[in-house]
Design a protein around this ligand. Sequence first.
Ligand code: GLN
Length: 203
Amino acid sequence: RLVIGVLALQGDVREHMHALEAVGASPVRVRRVSEILSVDGLVIPGGESTTMSRLLTTFDLFSPLKAALDDGLPAYGSCAGMIMLARTVMNTRPDAVSLGALDISVRRNAFGRQVDSFEEDLTVAGIDDGPVRAVFIRAPWVEEHGAGVEVLAKVETGPATGRVVAVRQGAVMATSFHPEVTGDHRIHRLFVDGVRNKHGQAR
Ligand code: GLN
């Protein structure tokens, strides 16, 4: 079984642990450098990215985590986790840091106050057996992405139609929405399958 860490500084850690368990991985909470170095992949949960940024710095985890990602550690971020994995973050605090594991520029709280939270069924590339119910909570969207980034899903209705909300670059994935809260584990399965493939190739 693959050991998948969930960064457990802040955010909806438990929901990701359950989803990972459900797709046959062995989830562990990650709070120390030694734990970063011992996992096959890492999930960064939803929560609050400026708080997560501050805690990463406070606990001296930012540099080791960035180094592990630069070194190819597979990762998946939902919502605040997407923000943490981005190269550039728009509409954040000037002192907030991000990990640059995805060649994307994201806009925090992009959907605006009127639509703080909403849900939509989305077609997700790589998930062929029906749409995924996407729950957005003060979500970011992907404003720009590099050529190496694969778009997995876009908003399909309403004023934000066409906005990119799920991406993958190699073994790193991110969604603006929270699959961990719906009981549908197909996004986590997609991530864990990607981790497994990467490990298969390395051997
Ligand atoms: N708005 C939050 C942030 O900027 C993200 C919200 C979430 O993860 N649901 O970090």
